[in-house]
Design a protein around this ligand. Structure first.
Ligand SMILES: Nc1ncnc2c1ncn2[C@@H]1O[C@H](COP(=O)(O)OP(=O)(O)OP(=O)(O)O)[C@@H](O)[C@H]1O
Ligand SMILES: [Mg+2]
Length: 230
């Protein structure tokens, strides 16, 4: 579904992603694990079109994304939840979530919100509350639900567990499993390999902008036990 070949991302003289190739197959969950500055967000941002590829190609469903604008990538079925739980603080929880339901009519939006309330009970309890009043973990749920409300084919999650207590990590993991149950393909990044590997089929380890290792979630878990990135 997603195929990246020899991708490079640069910011002036800084090379953030160096010659990275990876694939995400339909219905699979793939984890990109790596420490601060490994290049995870840069790779995700290149897939959504927020930063340009300095070299290499990114293809979605067999079509190159070169020259495809951000908004068109979203319409093609690429959903994105950014790092750092960004919500519109003065909009209600419901408005935040449905801001992601691009192209949906009123009835469709109601149906999607109902489905999302099943996955995240918080959305029903707090539908009318301004999102800025929620806790960090609750805001992450709202950001995630916004990305899901487009019901994307490919969902990109950039560090969904960042800074969250175990109880919120468990809730977000449950929600990710519900998306997996819908057949959604997922590419997620994390520094915390342990909880993220429980959700993943396969993983890539990134360091210094390069892929250092790849394998099944079990292989990477075993390797991580012997290494420093767990
Ligand atoms: N807008 C930018 N301008 C200049 N350099 C940047 C920019 N964004 C990222 N970088 C640099 O690119 C490298 C990769 O950063 P990136 O944010 O992709 O890493 P990351 O793996 O997402 O890290 P984190 O886990 O901290 O989010 C780092 O050296 C970072 O300082
Ligand atoms: Mg990042």
């Amino acid at each position: 579904m997603l195929r990246i070949d020899n991708l490079c991302v640069r910011y002036g003289g800084i090379v953030a992603v160096r010659d990275v190739s990876l694939e995400v197959h339909a219905s699979e969950t793939v984890l990109l694990v790596g420490a601060n500055g490994a290049g995870k967000s840069s790779l995700i941002n290149a897939v959504i079109g927020m930063v340009p590829a300095a070299a290499g190609t990114i293809a979605f469903e067999g079509r190159s994304l070169d020259n495809v604008a951000c908004a068109m990538r979203a319409r093609a079925g690429i959903g994105y939840s950014p790092e750092g739980r960004r919500v519109f603080p003065s909009l209600s929880v419901r408005e935040n979530v449905l801001a992601g339901a691009i192209g949906a009519g009123i009835a469709d939006k109601r149906e999607r919100y109902d489905w999302l309330c099943g996955a995240f009970p918080l959305l029903a309890e707090r539908a009318r509350q301004p999102a800025g009043q929620l806790s960090g973990g609750q805001q992450q749920i709202v950001a995630l639900a916004r990305a899901m409300s487009a019901f994307p084919k490919l969902l990109l999650l950039d560090e969904p567990f960042l800074g969250l207590a175990p109880v919120w990590i468990d809730r977000i993991s449950d929600a990710v499993r519900q998306m997996q149950g819908r057949g959604t393909t997922i590419l997620m990044t994390e520094q915390m390999a342990r909880p993220a590997l429980r959700l993943a089929d396969r993983a890539y380890v990134m360091r210094g902008g390069e892929i250092r290792r790849s394998g099944s979630a079990d292989e990477i878990r075993a390797a991580a036990l012997a290494d420093e990135y767990l």
